[in-house]
Structures are given as structure tokens and as C-alpha cells.
Design a protein around this ligand. Structure first.
Ligand SMILES: [Cu+2]
Length: 123
């Protein structure tokens, strides 16, 4: 498999990459648990609601619901950011270079500190 089939290996790699970004299970409940640097958007909530990471870590949000969400951060340390609408199965990543407490929300289902909102603590 090493030198004899470079083309086959490349194709397998592409298929795996596609599966990783487009077919993540959505539909609520069946998506498993978020990884150490992940936050799931699940049942109109962020799971976990507070994610603590080391400064410099890239956090990835994955939409496990059948409706669109956003990851929106508008006030606090560092620059504001906004994922824009994330459809079912979509993901968004953000690197937290600066230590601080980042309180974000979904524009469709929450507001700062209410409804569908969450916190990233970078330390
Ligand atoms: Cu939402």
C-alpha cells in the first residue's frame, strides 16, 4: 500500500476529508459529544455552554441542529467576530490568541448573556 498505490491513497484521503466536513451527523441528539476544543450547537444551545482552553487554541463550533445558528461576539476583549449563518452540519473555527473571557451568542436564538449564548475562557 505504501508505494504501489499512491493514487488510491490520495483518493481515500479526499473522501475522508469530505466526510469530515459535510456529513457530520445532525438532527439532534445523535451527534455524540464535542471534542476538547469543540462546541456543539445542539437543541438550540451551545454545548458546553462554557469552554475553557489555553490561549492560542482554535475552537470549532459544529451545528448539530436542523436549523441555522451563528457564533457572534460583539463586545469584550479582543476583536468582535461573527460566523454568519451556519446551516445544519456546518462548522466555524476561531483562534483565541489573547487570554480573556469571551461571551458570545447566536443572533437567531439569543443575545449577549441570554437565550442561546456561550462563553469561551482562554487562559
Ligand atoms: Cu441559534
Amino acid at each position: 500500500m505504501h508505494l504501489a498505490r499512491p493514487v488510491g491513497v490520495a483518493i481515500l484521503g479526499l473522501v475522508a476529508a469530505c466526510n469530515g466536513t459535510t456529513s457530520n451527523g445532525y438532527g439532534g441528539g445523535g451527534g455524540g459529544q464535542p471534542g476538547a476544543n469543540q462546541v456543539f450547537m445542539q437543541d438550540i444551545a451551545f454545548n458546553p455552554s462554557t469552554r475553557t482552553v489555553s490561549a492560542g487554541t482554535t475552537v470549532t463550533w459544529v451545528n448539530q441542529d436542523n436549523t441555522s445558528h451563528t457564533v457572534t461576539y460583539s463586545s469584550g476583549p479582543g476583536s468582535s467576530f461573527d460566523s454568519g449563518p451556519l446551516g445544519p452540519g456546518a462548522s466555524y473555527s476561531r483562534t483565541f490568541s489573547t487570554a480573556g473571557t469571551y461571551q458570545y451568542y447566536c443572533m437567531f436564538h439569543g443575545s449577549p448573556g441570554a437565550g442561546m449564548h456561550g462563553t469561551v475562557v482562554a487562559q
